[in-house]
Design a protein around this ligand. Structure first.
Ligand SMILES: N[C@@H](CCC(=O)N[C@@H](CS)C(=O)NCC(=O)O)C(=O)O
Ligand SMILES: [Zn+2]
Ligand SMILES: [Zn+2]
Length: 191
């Protein structure tokens, strides 16, 4: 019998619903000494599982859980001197703790459909009520992270069993956002 597919500890036992009246919380890195803290005002949106190799995931997980919030709702409130941008050329400027490696916030600052949004991992907070993951993105990319190609049927089946849809890029809504931005920029789409 094939082994059970474990995706990420936050969803492996089922996806928990978020709370409609959720007011936000504080993300804390894994350092015991002087942890980096990032405060998020209000709820996140587009929370999802991401199979890409760039997003931070806990040890053993094959997908990350990542959401977005407006960048002006996100503030580093403690030990920000421990943060460094992993790849300044990337769309998502992933600020990671230099000591424990956890990615604390990833603003999009360049001219892009996601400009003004920050990517973040709600599992770093103790507060409960964050939006539940809504879909799985970049699922095929788990192969680049070490999953054998012949496991992909089982990986996608498990994602569907959890009640979310697997996509090999982003969700239709997020892909439409990017293409709308590009079409306006090129002049194809006039408002
Ligand atoms: N197949 C690549 C995909 C990387 C990728 O495109 N990641 C997506 C989802 S997070 C993205 O939007 N990346 C933009 C960025 O990393 O700045 C990998 O797994 O490394
Ligand atoms: Zn840390
Ligand atoms: Zn990703």
């Amino acid at each position: 019998m094939p082994a059970t597919v474990l995706l990420h500890p936050l969803i492996d036992h089922g996806i928990r619903k978020g709370a409609d009246d959720f007011v936000g919380g504080t993300l804390v890195c894994h350092c015991l000494d002087k942890p980096v803290k990032v405060e998020i005002k209000g709820q996140v949106t587009h929370n999802h599982a991401c199979g890409c190799t760039q997003c931070w995931k806990p040890e053993g997980a094959i997908v990350a859980i990542v959401a977005v919030a407006p960048t002006d709702h996100v503030s580093v409130v403690a030990n920000g001197d421990k943060l460094a941008v992993l790849n300044p050329a990337a769309t998502i400027l992933r600020h990671a703790c230099k000591v424990c490696g956890v990615h604390m916030h990833g603003p999009v600052e360049k001219d892009h459909g996601f400009r003004g949004l920050t990517f973040l991992h709600t599992e770093l907070s103790r507060e409960e009520g964050w939006q539940a993951p809504q879909f799985a993105a970049f699922v095929s990319s788990v192969i680049e992270g070490g999953v054998k190609p012949d496991r992909m049927g089982a990986v996608r089946a498990r994602i569907r069993e959890l009640g979310i849809e697997p996509y090999d890029c982003l969700s239709p809504t997020l892909m439409d956002m990017q293409s709308t931005f590009a079409a306006k920029k090129s002049g194809v789409l006039v408002e």
